[in-house]
Write a protein that binds this ligand. Structure first.
Ligand code: PMP
Length: 380
């Protein structure tokens, strides 16, 4: 099990450029960006210090993260729980480098975000991989229990899940908590999509589960919360003794994160709930538009709660269920780039699902649907 040199996102974006295709592959918005955040960053650049900020992050952002999670998820946190990093990716790296010792077995759950496997391996860990069960992508707790052995030290979770957009329930997290407690495991939970939930499914962090509160690490990302993926401001949130270990790794990864963007993120997290509701509504409308268009054209879209993605069930849509081959054909023949869900597997992939990103202008989504519909009609 080794990670590829080039990520699927880079490959599909490259093909999209080469063929002039609409890029519904890589997850980034091509939409107006929040003016409040841009203004806050501009003001901070002009008016505040641009020298090294504190290693763990400016205190204002660390407090803002704690307050935001108190307000939105009922978590009881303070700045001592928070380590600011250069994106969720660095928070994942610092956390795994802090927690994994050579030879440790770490349970990963596929489909999985592509950074987990190489980071576990670079830390000297051995990945044990189990799979969510389609089409609802539920976590098979029996498989999880069976995968835990004497060398197992940790579990990596992701909710809402990229690529499939489903979320872990409190009941599932409580069951994970019982296992983690019984086997003395830590739980790393990638929650970067927590603000991008478009139905009324509650986002539950392992930090909200009593059995996990002292053994869980929560990963967040301002790039996702504010829909500016290039900002690369993220954080790890954990009990103070774990946060200190993560900070010690962060110190020698990037040491710190651009201060103006930290100030802006701190200001952004303090915006009123109505601001976040309006952002969610803007994205929910685009998701609904893409889903409606795809369904009208005969595609079967799987239900999901969060992220910027929807997943097409290929067999149920009357398409050949070889997602990698189909993604290549779609970019070349239909002019639409997508991501095959099989790329999110470390072994024994599901090959019947394709991921599409909906954070594009309405006219772009409509054109993509028209192209996909034409391609599908030609197959009949
Ligand atoms: N985890 C998941 C599941 C993601 O989808 C992403 C970004 N696509 C990240 C982490 C990385 O977040 P950031 O851009 O803040 O590094």
């Amino acid at each position: 099990m080794t990670a590829p040199d080039t990520t699927i996102f880079e490959r599909m974006s490259g093909l999209a450029r080469e063929y002039g295709a609409i890029n519904l592959g890589q997850g980034f918005p091509e939409l107006p960006e929040p003016p409040e955040l841009i203004a806050a960053a501009q003001a901070a650049l002009a008016e505040r210090s641009n020298q090294y900020p504190p290693m763990r992050g400016i205190p204002e952002l660390r407090s803002a993260v704690a307050n935001y999670y108190a307000r939105t998820q009922g978590l009881n946190l303070s700045a001592d729980n928070v380590v600011v990093t250069s994106g969720g990716t660095e928070a994942l790296a610092a956390s795994l480098f802090a927690m994994v010792a050579p030879g440790d077995e770490i349970i990963l759950i596929q489909p999985l975000y592509d950074a987990y496997l190489p980071l576990v391996q670079w830390a000297g860990g051995v990945a044990k991989v189990i799979s969510l069960t389609p089409p609802h992508w539920t976590l098979p707790l029996d498989d999880l229990a069976t995968a835990i052995g004497p060398k197992t030290r940790g579990i990596v979770l992701n909710t809402p899940n990229n690529p499939v957009g489903t979320m872990l329930t409190r009941k599932t997290l409580e069951a994970v908590g019982a296992l983690a407690e019984a086997h003395e495991l830590w739980v790393l939970c990638d929650e970067v999509w927590e603000a991008m939930v478009f139905d009324d499914t509650p986002h539950i962090s392992p930090l909200a589960i009593p059995a996990l509160a002292a053994r869980a690490i929560k990963i967040g990302s301002a790039g996702k919360i504010f829909s500016m993926t290039g900002w690369k401001v993220g954080w790890a949130v954990a009990a103070p003794h774990l946060a200190a270990r993560i900070a010690a790794r962060h110190q020698f990864l990037t040491f710190t994160t651009p201060p103006a963007l930290q100030w802006a993120a701190a200001e952004g997290l303090g915006l009123a709930n109505s601001w976040f509701d309006a952002e969610r509504a803007r994205y929910a409308a685009l998701k609904a538009r893409l889903v409606r268009g795809l369904e009208a054209a005969g595609f079967k879209v799987l239900p999901c709660s969060g992220t910027w993605f929807v997943t097409i069930d290929l067999a149920a849509s009357g398409l050949p269920a070889d997602d990698a081959m189909l993604a290549e054909r779609l970019v070349r023949e239909a002019g639409v780039a997508s991501i095959p869900v099989s790329a999110f597997y470390a072994q024994a992939p599901e090959t019947g699902y394709l991921r599409l990103c909906f954070t594009k202008d309405e006219t772009v989504l409509d054109e993509a649907v028209a192209r996909l519909a034409k391609f599908r009609a030609q197959l009949d």
